[in-house]
Structure formats: C-alpha cells, structure tokens
Design a protein around this ligand. Sequence first.
Ligand SMILES: CSC[C@H]1O[C@H](OP(=O)(O)O)[C@H](O)[C@@H]1O
Length: 362
Amino acid sequence: MQVNGKPYRTIWPTADHAVEIIDQTRLPHEFVTVRLENMRDAERAIRDMWVRGAPLIGVTAAYGVALSMRHHASDAALEASCGVLLAARPTAVNLRWGVERMRAFLAPLPEAERAEAAWREAARIADEDVEINASIGRHGAELFRAMREAKQRDGRSGVVNVLTHCNAGWLATVDWGTALAPIYAAFDAGIPLHVWVDETRPRNQGASLTAWELGQHGVPHTVIVDNAGGHLMQHGLVDMVIVGTDRVTARGDVCNKIGTYLKALAAHDNGVPFYVALPTPTVDWTLQDGVQEIPIEERAPEEVTHISGLCEDGQVRTVQVTPQGARAANYGFDVTPARLVTGLITERGVVKANAGAMEALK
Ligand SMILES: CSC[C@H]1O[C@H](OP(=O)(O)O)[C@H](O)[C@@H]1O
C-alpha cells in the first residue's frame, strides 16, 4: 500500500542484508522505520509488537532465521534461533509456520549455503504473503458486490457498512492485509462502503492502525468504542463483519483479538454475516477445539492500566487510567466457535467454517 503517496510494505530487506520494518508502536502519530540487524532484533520486534499481525509475525520470524544464518549457520545455531523466535509470542500459528518452513528448508543444506538460501526463502515467503492477500481481497470484494446488489434490490442505500475489529490490514501482513484486503479491493472497484472501526482495547490497533490505514487510502470510516458494535447491529447499521485471525482450527474455530467473540455473538443475534479473512497457513490442522486448545497470550497489565496518546503540546505520552494499585488482566485473544462464523475468506475462495468445506483448503 502507499504512505503519503509512496509505495510501502511493512517489511523489506536492505542491500546490506539487514531488514527494515515500520515500527507500529509509533503509529499513528509518527511514521518511523527501524533496522533489524540480527535475530535478536527480530525477536524483540515481534515480542514488543513493533511488528504485529499473524502473517507479518511469520514473515518477520522467517527473516529472523535468515539474519541468524548470516552470523552463524551451524545446525545448533539454526535450532537455537528457531527456538528463540518461536517463543516470542504464542498465539499466531503463522509464527510457528514461518519458523518451521525456514527450518525445513535450511536443515538439509550445507552450512556454507544457508545464509544466501535463507535470505531468498524469507523473501519468497514475504512475496507469497502479498499474492495471497491480494487474492483474499479479490474473493472478499465479491461479498461486497453481492451485499450492495442485495441492498439495492431491497430499496436500501447502496453503501455497504462493514465492521472490523483490531487491525488486519496491510500493517498486519506484508501488504494488502487480510480482513481489510476485501475492503481495499471493493473500494478500489468503486463499490460504496463505510467501515466501523473498533478501537480495540487495550492496545487500540483499530483506533491507531486501522483508522490510520483507511485514512491513508481514503476509505470512509468511523472509529467506535469496542462496546458499540452490538448497538449498531441492532439498528441495522452493520451489513457485515469482517475480521482477521491468528489461528483457525481444523473444524473452523477462530482465534482472534480479544473481543472478537463478543462481536460474533452480536452478529449472530442480529442476523449479520460474520466473515473471517485468512491466508490458508493460518489454519492449524493439528487442532479441533479452539477454546480448549489454542494458547491465549496474556500480556502485561500495564497495557490495560495505561494508555498512550498525542498531547496538546504535540508530545506522545503514556498516562495511567486506573487507580494506583488496581489489578488488571490482559488476555490478548479469544476464540469464536465455528457455528458463529458465516464464512472464511481465503486466497482460494470463500468456504464455510466446517471440517468438510475446509478440506478444500488443504
Ligand atoms: C491478519 S492477523 C491480524 C490479527 O493480529 C492481531 O493481533 P496482534 O495485533 O496482537 O498481533 C489481531 O488478532 C488481528 O486480528
């Protein structure tokens, strides 16, 4: 996508074999890029959420392995770097997918060939992500076309109102995004639409990142508090919900940012279609029951007790929003059962969230 008219990806290799990323913790008020020089830089970028979003986490980890191989390419170094990167965040299956793909690709190679081969494979994974997400966009845009036609047949406004939670835009991937890819594709195709953007506490990926992305692309949008979605659905102001995901089980249970499950319940109660956009590597075929089996990351309580923002003097500061000493729990994700999911928008098309239909994704 573009930033102030200049094409960007979220991560790119440099001529001197470093990796540059957009530091997403500085958005929306500052656009800052950071160089990752070694595997530890990549691990920290993932752990501290300079980069976030399941597909981008996987690609960053793949580059982390490649950065490691430039310094030490032994079997022991390969195993050690994979172990460190896997431990950076537990929920997005793409992290494990990216690391395992690099490990399987490199292990059979002679040590002397691993550094250059790793660099090429990480770049391939990044380029594949872009192609996958563009395809998700094309398939998902057809849902907007169908929704617009249905509304016109009913004599209603032709504007498609879509609600999204967290950030599953191009900032969560290498480019295009997953949940936002259909929105960009439909918007670019001239389909009138408007996006309700859940702020997504506690880190406000919606208010800070999705709103920034949509503003950069000129997509009409309104930021809302997380708890407003059900009210909007009850009043017919939401035509569909599209979210991303960090892991989908073989039976179609969907793990995504905390609060997604509540949106799915409200959508189900109001007859609003609830779609999940994902690249097929996000499916974890080893799991069935998402609620019982998917590890849910718990992050620092300070992400709940404090909030950052732009002050009137132009400085970005962090302030405490809870009483001194108040305890806080910070669960990063929840799981939406497949029964609440209308469809999975993938690079291979839209499929039902059930084991039978998902066979087509293998
Ligand atoms: C396309 S994956 C986006 C997914 O990742 C986000 O989590 P985080 O910002 O903590 O990495 C959130 O779950 C999004 O839906």
